[in-house]
Design a protein around this ligand. Structure first.
Ligand SMILES: Cc1cc2nc3c(=O)[nH]c(=O)nc-3n(C[C@H](O)[C@H](O)[C@H](O)COP(=O)(O)OP(=O)(O)OC[C@H]3O[C@@H](n4cnc5c(N)ncnc54)[C@H](O)[C@@H]3O)c2cc1C
Length: 501
């Protein structure tokens, strides 16, 4: 089928009247994965064209905080400067455990063994990191420290599987500007690099194949005209995820789509995945998405407990926001409430839009006023307080640092149910923020596999167009997605440039 306006398709070479150019490597989508892929392809002597649907590069990567999950190899230079050591085996043990069998072991190993040198590569673009750590419970430091805990490293059961080490690396700046800092540096480097042509306002619509169904070109729409270029070595799909494509989220993540608020750039429409599917590529992990319930900072809120509508606890409250989000999603009606005593409560941007259902002098009054069954929350609190006095949370093993009796009035109950969740910056749809974690199945080299597990010649992919390093919301650590997109983008760029088949 000939590529026509706005329809993703594969076009036989015989139907093309004119190619407007010829390149070794074509990269489809100029976000984190695509920018890094282009740079490495060109550094491996390929003539590269980089297509971007928007009028500028960046995608979700530029919108992000650009936390990258890095460590291993004795520690990154930042971890070491802040007094931490890490090892490949320790990092692998943590990631494998956190993904609970859903991770790709080969990708995890390659990533962990090279994460420290990837950090040096990122710094070499001109991205600055401050050699200082913020070790509190935060999401993004509003101060300018660059190293932080961004996952469940200190949280049961993971603290028993691997030695806790902070691995979140964020460019240094006061406020949440990491993505812009990283992307500006990447863009400047690409501008100065010979052999990369960037084509903005150019939506890739599909591929051109020869009679043997081997890729020989790319179709794209620019200036309202569908055009084609020839490609000799390979095409790299780096068009992001599919969280902005309503049909795809209803098809692949109907459960999360029923409550999640899409989080990403407007062109997260799944074009890369759809192009791959037309080449008979295999898609995996399509039912997984990240969604987070951030109730901290301030970290003192961790002294509170979460209960469901039966007044029962369901998670260790010291968990990372994505893990809390997963467990909230498993509660009836996605309803979740925090019970906290006044001395631990502090307002913050993360909770100031959430309803406080009741404030009372006793837990018994609190549960009645908030509409819970008599005895429900109060019995939970009795068990919890007894555990605290005995020094061990028998139910969920919340770390001892966060164990504190809930016994000093007044008490409050805050409604964290998904229908009340809104991000301070992205609040047009209520619900926890969500992006997709499924996509094309690839090898660590970026080569795309078909449904029989074979490599599709000349087709590569990286970032959220693929099922990469992060595989579950439950086990997600911030930084796994940008770290994955930039690192495996580089791998795909090198592989495509070196392809002589
Ligand atoms: C606000 C926010 C904060 C986040 N913070 C973090 C964080 O700190 N750490 C972390 O790990 N993750 C974070 N994430 C997630 C992370 O940013 C993304 O998952 C990741 O950046 C995706 O990278 P990518 O290269 O795959 O896609 P993108 O960076 O989105 O790039 C894809 C590009 O492809 C383009 N494109 C799409 N279709 C086409 C087409 N047909 N033709 C041409 N171009 C096309 C898009 O316009 C886009 O520029 C955050 C996400 C958001 C929204």
């Amino acid at each position: 089928m000939m590529a026509t306006n706005n329809v993703i398709s594969i076009t036989p070479e015989s139907e093309i009247k004119q190619f407007v150019g010829e390149y070794d490597v074509a990269v489809c989508g100029y976000g984190g994965a695509g920018g890094c892929a282009s740079l490495e392809a060109s550094r491996n002597n390929a003539k590269v064209i980089l297509f971007e649907r928007a009028s500028d590069g960046g995608g979700s990567t530029a919108l992000s905080s650009c936390e990258m999950y890095l460590g291993g190899s004795g520690g990154t230079s930042l971890q070491n400067a802040c007094g931490f050591e890490d090892s490949n085996e320790n990092m692998i043990a943590y990631i494998e455990a956190s993904l609970e069998g859903k991770g790709d072991s080969k990708k995890i190993r390659l990533y962990c063994e090279n994460a420290a040198s990837h950090f040096e590569w990122v710094k070499s673009l001109g991205v600055n990191y401050k050699e200082s750590a913020h070790l509190g419970r935060i999401v993004v430091p509003e101060s300018n420290e660059s190293l932080l805990y961004t996952g469940n490293e200190r949280v049961s059961p993971f603290s028993d599987c691997a030695k806790p080490v902070p691995r979140g690396h964020v460019p240094s700046h006061e406020g949440d500007f990491g993505g812009k800092i990283f992307f500006d540096a990447l863009k400047e480097t690409i501008k100065k690099t010979k052999n990369i042509s960037v084509s903005f306002d150019s939506r890739v619509l599909g591929l051109v194949v020869n009679e043997q169904n081997v890729i020989v070109g790319v179709s794209f729409k620019k200036d309202n005209i569908v055009q084609h270029i020839k490609v000799t070595k390979g095409v790299i799909l780096t068009a992001g995820g599919f969280v902005m494509n309503e049909d795809m989220i209803k098809k692949y993540i109907p459960f999360q789509a029923s409550f999640g608020a899409p989080y990403g750039n407007p062109w997260d429409k799944g074009d890369g995945i759809q192009i791959g599917l037309l080449m008979n590529a295999n898609v995996i992990n399509m039912d997984e998405a990240f969604f987070g319930v951030y109730f901290y900072p301030p970290e003192s809120l961790t002294y509170g407990i979460f209960v469901n509508s039966n007044g029962k606890r369901f998670v260790n409250e010291d968990s990372y926001g994505a893990r809390i989000g997963y467990y909230c999603s498993q509660q009836k009606g996605q309803k979740a409430y925090m019970v906290i005593q006044n001395e631990d409560f502090e307002p913050s941007i993360y909770i100031d839009k959430l309803p406080i259902l009741a404030v009372a002098e006793t837990i018994e009054e609190l549960e009645i006023e908030a509409g819970f069954k008599e005895g429900s929350i109060s019995s939970t609190i009795r068990t919890y307080n007894s555990d605290v006095r005995n020094g061990k949370d028998e139910q969920f093993n919340k770390a001892s640092q966060w164990l504190k009796e809930i016994s000093k009035p007044p008490f409050a109950i805050i409604d964290y149910s998904f229908s009340n969740q809104a991000s301070p910056a992205y609040s047009d749809k209520m619900g926890p923020l969500m992006f997709t974690l499924g996509g094309l199945e690839t090898l660590p080299t970026g080569e795309v596999l078909n449904k029989d597990g074979e490599v599709i010649p000349k087709l590569y992919a990286a970032g959220r167009t693929t099922a990469g390093l992060p595989r579950t919301g439950k086990g997600y650590a911030s930084g796994m997605s940008v770290g994955d997109a930039t690192f495996f983008g580089r791998m795909a760029g090198i592989s495509a440039a070196q392809n002589n088949n």
